[in-house]
Ligand binder design. Sequence first.
Ligand code: ZN
Length: 435
Amino acid sequence: MARVVNRPRQSSGRSLERADQATVRRNNLALVVRHLREHGPRSRAAIAVETGLNKATVSSLVGELVERRLVREVGTLHQGAVGRPAQMLELDGATVGAVGLEVNVDYVAAFATDLAGRVLHDRRIPFGAMERGPAETLEALAEACREALVSIAAADADPAGVTVAVPGLVDVEHGMVTLAPNLQWYGVAVVDHLWSRLGRPKYPIAVDNDANLSALAEYSIGADAGTSDMVYLTGEVGVGGGVIVGGRLLRGADGFSGEVGHITLEPGGARCGCGRRGCWETMVGLAALLRKAAPNPDDPVNHPGLDPEERVQELLNRAERGHQRTLDAFDEIGRALGYGASILVNLFNPRVIVLGGYFARAGVHIVDAAMAELRTRTLAPDAGGCRISLSELGFTAAVRGGVLTAIDAVLANPAIVGPAPQQEAGPGRSPLMLA
Ligand SMILES: [Zn+2]
């Protein structure tokens, strides 16, 4: 959920009453936006009848939404011989842009779309986040975000929100990264830092776990969208999981669930970024693949200037040419992937396991081995009907999830975008909205 960092606090009883009015107004704005999004162009009168709001309220709400450029008038519809023609309204998907940022071990990324899903910005920059530390990395993220905001402005859209994806434990409510082992981040106040670095914007800034955001993206717009029981696995240096059960993201008591990469599968095995040994990601993460396929540090695939996609592409080229050590490495990764996946299938009985990141790119070389291992090790016959599918969102899944989260925040509270109408509160004042 998005966190609005500069929301005024309520104190007195009178303020609470005003806050209630503001809540009603916000919910009604959201209702009209959702109605237009789901049902297409409509007249004010039709919106009133279909939502149960009275006509004067709908007129006032539409007035504000037009002012905020979320809704526009699109010609008239003649209804029969008598009566005035009705002015039709539609959701304007082009006026609002949302940003998804991502920090990972060796890159930062920024992605932006408008409300209609049109891509306005897509950039990934090689960046050694662990060596550079949180302060420099947050500045790099802020810079990547500024570039995305320039793209949004160039499209004549207003920024609606920013969501940052981080590979680690995230306290979503407080906008903090509690622990990100592969970045060596401990207690980093991502939201507050970015909010300051971006000039204290009024749109919401949020942070969430990268696998959770990827799972939300797959569930909303991926090839298996709408599959209500799904596990998403990131395939980066680290391996994280986003678990969707019954159509809801599983977060756990503190939001720390899904850390499947740190399930111990090989006690005494290779050292993990978290300091333990034998975690699943030491067997299947990108570092494991590189260790198996290119053990020589001078191998060109290990060149520090390459981003993960280029490394994987080079290994895929080698596999294509029948290079035995590379093929063996992929096969080993596939089996270890199926081994760990069987634990998830025994626990959650998902209909599909969606492989993201480099797993998706290397799919053809790993899926058969993974599926065979999965069937062998799962109690339910035929792996409980679970299949393995390859993400088509690839390395953009997390940033797309970030964008979708920011857009959801607009749909829930349209008042966070566009120019503030007169009745909206400025910082430090109680919001007084006209119902
Ligand atoms: Zn670990």
